[in-house]
Design a protein around this ligand. Structure first.
Ligand SMILES: Nc1ncnc2c1ncn2[C@@H]1O[C@H](COP(=O)(O)OP(=O)(O)OP(=O)(O)O)[C@@H](O)[C@H]1O
Length: 454
């Protein structure tokens, strides 16, 4: 086993000789304490200078053994906890040899520790423990009294990641005016989102869970990266009113207008592909051809689908859903992305095939098991931690190597410090004259793109 050790960290099993150093350190401490008490009583019987010196030395030794016990406890705490864990979860086998019970086989575990993380590694050896080692989430969380951050199952090991120090939530005061990366977006709580690697976003959450605040944050981050924006807001709520800042042709609230902007986005995607085909470069994407990202933000998709009451509107909805499907399946390379938000995701809102192509999936607020399953599918977190703060939930990013969605807190936008409209105005190219005529602005945008593709 030593030669095939999967990492340089210590490995433990119940078949090894595990010396109980904590017990020995404790015994040593109590022995010294005993001598100290005896020498103290001896001193009381007849106080003399010659008796004082050994007592002082013993006091020093008592202090040393006390410290030693603490050091040994810290040094072997995890090892001892994991040994206890193997024993109490029956991850070993024992046989009676003669009149003694002897442990003949045991699962093997290891651990890695960094400043803010503890990773427990269960080593699979192709024996009867291998399957069980993949599902220790609840037991390990309880043992360490820490919520499981993520679990990574590899062919020969399973890693259980725990935060010993919680990652911090992004705060309003820490938001950068200019992006530190032209594509990637810092989502706080240790998560950096790259749309090229992980295209499209799904945000699900009940009313008041923080969807609008998160969308506002993302919208600003898209603008900081010079993205073109289209907004579909079938409920005509806050996002709908952004037409004054982004241009009326960019923001749609009615069924026909939504169909129009989805059509525009698909046309833009096709134009880009045409241009990229004519200027073919192997392995290139939109950034190599000088395009910025284009984001279609589709708020409350469920409400939109429910708005189809007659044959005509149902046809329009089908057309929109077809456009969305094209964007989801084909958009990445040309830099056309979609952000979908919904109070509840079900098979009618978004079928599972399409859902699986949304790279970043977030649920905000508490959700039902079915709700989590509809958003995360096989990446549904096995054990959920309570959602106690506004804007918190679960996040899953495809390709991150994580087995399941993990707890996450969205950037905290303190209403006292954060003025969304003022921030928006800093990053919109539209001038005050153009605000009164958004159409002019949009046509200008389209002309530029036509020029590029010619
Ligand atoms: N990230 C956050 N930072 C600061 N406050 C937040 C955050 N998320 C949520 N909140 C608080 O929760 C309230 C509700 O959030 P928000 O309006 O985004 O919810 P919602 O999911 O969009 O609800 P609805 O679907 O009803 O519009 C906000 O007014 C704010 O007080």
């Amino acid at each position: 086993m030593l030669f095939f050790n999967h990492n340089r960290e210590p490995t433990i099993s119940l078949t090894q000789r595990n010396i109980n150093w904590v017990f020995y350190a404790k015994c040593l401490k109590y022995l010294v304490y005993l001598f100290l008490v005896i020498s103290f009583l001896n001193l009381l019987s007849a106080i003399s200078f010659s008796k004082l010196i050994p007592m002082l030395l013993l006091s020093l030794l008592a202090w040393f053994t006390y410290k030693l016990e603490h050091w040994v406890k810290n040094r072997f705490q995890l090892r001892d906890l994991l040994l206890y864990f193997l024993r109490s979860n029956s991850l070993f086998k024992e046989e009676k040899i003669g009149d003694k019970w002897v442990i003949t086989s045991s699962a093997i575990m290891s651990w890695k520790q960094s400043d803010n993380k503890l990773i427990i590694v269960a080593i699979k050896q192709g024996d009867s423990y291998s399957k069980k080692l993949e599902s220790l989430d609840v037991e390990l969380s309880a043992l360490l009294d820490l919520p499981l951050e993520t679990k990574i199952i590899r062919p020969s090991i399973v890693e259980y990641h725990f935060f010993t120090v919680r990652p911090t939530r992004l705060q309003t005061s820490k938001l950068n005016e200019q992006p530190t990366n032209p594509i990637s977006i810092d989502l706080g709580y240790g998560v950096v989102y790259n749309p090229v690697e992980c295209p499209h976003i799904l945000i699900a959450g009940g009313t008041g869970s923080g969807k609008s605040i998160l969308i506002s944050y993302l919208l600003l981050e898209f603008l900081k990266r010079k993205s073109e924006l289209y907004i579909a807001d079938p409920k005509n709520s806050d996002l709908g009113s952004l037409s004054h800042y982004l241009g009326q042709d960019r923001v749609a609230t009615s069924l026909n207008n939504i169909a129009r902007i989805v059509r525009l986005t698909v046309e833009e995607m096709n134009r880009r592909y045409e241009y990229m085909r004519e200027n073919f470069r192997y392995g290139s994407n939109f950034t190599d051809h000088g395009f910025n990202m284009t984001w279609l933000i589709f708020d409350e998709m469920g409400a939109f689908q429910a708005s189809g009451t007659d044959k005509k509107s149902k046809e329009t909805i089908n057309e929109v859903m077809d456009g969305i499907k094209q964007i989801i399946l084909l958009g990445r390379q040309s830099g056309i992305f979609i952000l979908v938000s919904a109070q509840q995701v079900n098979a009618d809102t978004l079928n599972t095939d399409l859902r699986d192509n949304l790279g970043l999936r977030i649920t905000l607020g508490a959700n039902s098991s079915e709700g989590y399953r509809m958003v995360f599918g096989t990446a549904t977190p096995p054990a959920k931690q309570p959602i106690e703060v506004k804007g918190a939930g679960y996040l899953y990013m495809q390709g991150s190597g994580k087995e399941s969605a993990e707890y996450w807190e969205s950037p905290y936008l303190n209403p006292k410090e954060f003025d969304f409209i003022a921030e928006l105005q800093k990053h919109t190219k539209i001038s005050s004259e153009e605000i009164s005529d958004g159409r002019e602005y949009s046509l200008l945008f389209l002309c530029v793109k036509v020029e590029v593709s010619c």
